[in-house]
Design a protein around this ligand. Structure first.
Ligand code: MN
Length: 424
């Protein structure tokens, strides 16, 4: 019997350290290029290597019935093939990488072509982002922000417990990890100022989020249910929703975030498939009041996914952890977000990206933004060497990490990093 690709007992002939994010149980998809003049194409991470799917296809080892899918510069053509093919392909890649399968293991020529050391590749944006929507689905985060902006008695708005609140963001400025982020300029009106002025943001922040990659479309005018929505999800990435708090605070009434969020959103280069995350599904927090029928879910749709945030302030040599939390705390699940998104008849497209909303946990060290960590700038975070931060300064580097811990292996996401450049 062929074992399932999630089987914890599987291992590859490619050596993988137990602390690596990319064991054979993961097999995340990305887009990479290496030397030799070949254009960006689709690969899978395994240990410290990238498996070149186009080379495997050329050699007749992998066939998805669409010759362009793996030589494309994004995963959109592969995602268009649908969930059955995603699953078959992952099973075949798992088979090719297994320690007891000689096909690739003993074919030195093919191995040299198809296994590229990760240190030698450049990772690109894995998808062409069709649309980007950002939600606001952590009760702890929404409460913290509400207390700071409106006081304890009005912390959660009346609608918050009844639906996943979101806004339509910008697909044009979603960038891959490693892309430097220019400090935005905008309208600022600090408390006490009579009139707004235009200038460089002074309260630049990050938001720790997960991004959902939509791999199948839904037609305009049609609603989704829990099952059909889940099947449209190709996978997940780490997502940093960079935020200019001063721009945001002056502009956000009455239509929500606009320029304060539009200048950059960073994602990690590897898309971890929904299938690879299956063993880590958990029940989310109890929902009270019960959601309306269209938002009710039967399955556990949250994930036990550990997250941390590192900050390397400009003068520091090494990054220091400033937050440690878990995706499982989210009040509204990604499936509920997607069902709600389509509930008016809004069409969803291949390549749509849904930000989960900032992920904060119940404890103080589980806050997923500097706004919360520094409590709106009143409690600076102390870094090594006596360096303090309330918000991000030029030259600071911020990185997010995430992983699901299995027994002796972890299904991880790698990293999403961004360094702040001075305003123009
Ligand atoms: Mn956000």
């Amino acid at each position: 019997m062929v074992p399932h690709p999630n089987d914890p007992s599987l291992y590859s002939f490619v050596p993988v350290d137990p602390t690596s994010d990319f064991p054979i149980q993961n097999l995340p998809y990305g887009v990479f290029s290496s030397g030799g003049g070949l254009a960006p194409r689709v690969g899978v991470a395994i240990g410290d290597f990238v498996l070149d799917l186009w080379e495997l296809e050329q050699d007749g080892r992998l066939n998805v019935g669409d010759l362009g899918a793996f030589s494309a510069p994004t995963l959109n053509p592969f995602m268009a093939l649908g969930p059955k093919l995603w699953s078959h392909t992952r099973a075949r890649i798992s088979e090719l990488l297994r320690h007891d399968n000689p096909e690739l293991r003993d074919n030195e020529e093919l191995r040299k072509l198809a296994l590229v050391p990760m240190a030698q590749v450049k990772l690109h944006m894995p998808i062409a982002v069709s649309g980007y929507t950002d939600f606001y689905s952590s009760k702890e985060h929404a409460t913290n922000v509400g207390v700071m902006f409106r006081g304890k008695d009005n912390a959660l708005q009346r609608n918050w417990l009844h639906m996943p609140i979101g806004y339509n963001g910008r697909a044009s400025t979603v960038v891959v990890s490693g892309t430097k982020v220019r400090r935005p300029r905008g309208q600022l009106k600090p408390p006490g100022a009579e009139l707004p002025s235009f200038g460089a943001c002074r309260r630049l922040d990050f938001e720790l989020e997960m991004g959902v990659v939509i791999g199948q479309p839904s037609p305009m005018g049609e609603m989704l249910d829990e099952v059909s929505a889940a099947e449209m999800i190709f996978g997940f990435v780490l997502l940093n929703d960079w935020s200019a708090r001063d721009i945001q605070q002056w502009e956000y009434v009455p239509l929500g975030p606009f320029q304060g969020k539009a200048f950059a959103t960073s994602i990690s280069p590897w898309i971890v498939t929904r299938e690879a995350l299956e063993p880590f599904r958990v029940q989310g927090p109890a929902q009270d009041p019960a959601p309306l029928p269209y938002l009710q879910q039967v399955q556990p749709n949250n994930y036990d996914l550990q997250l941390d945030v590192g900050l390397r302030a400009a003068p520091m040599k090494e990054s220091m952890r400033i937050c440690r939390t878990n995706f499982k705390y989210m009040y509204w699940s990604s499936v509920q977000q997607l069902v709600h998104h389509a509930s008016s008849g809004c069409a969803m497209n291949i390549g749509d990206l849904l930000g989960s909303g900032t992920i904060s946990g119940p404890e103080k060290d589980q806050r997923g933004s500097l706004l919360e960590i520094s409590w709106n700038g009143t409690e600076p975070v102390e870094l090594s060497g006596g360096i303090k931060r309330t918000f991000l300064e030029d030259g600071d580097s911020l990185s997010l990490h995430g992983w699901c811990q299995g027994d002796g292996y972890r299904v991880g996401f790698g990293e999403v990093e961004g360094t702040i450049l001075p305003a123009q």
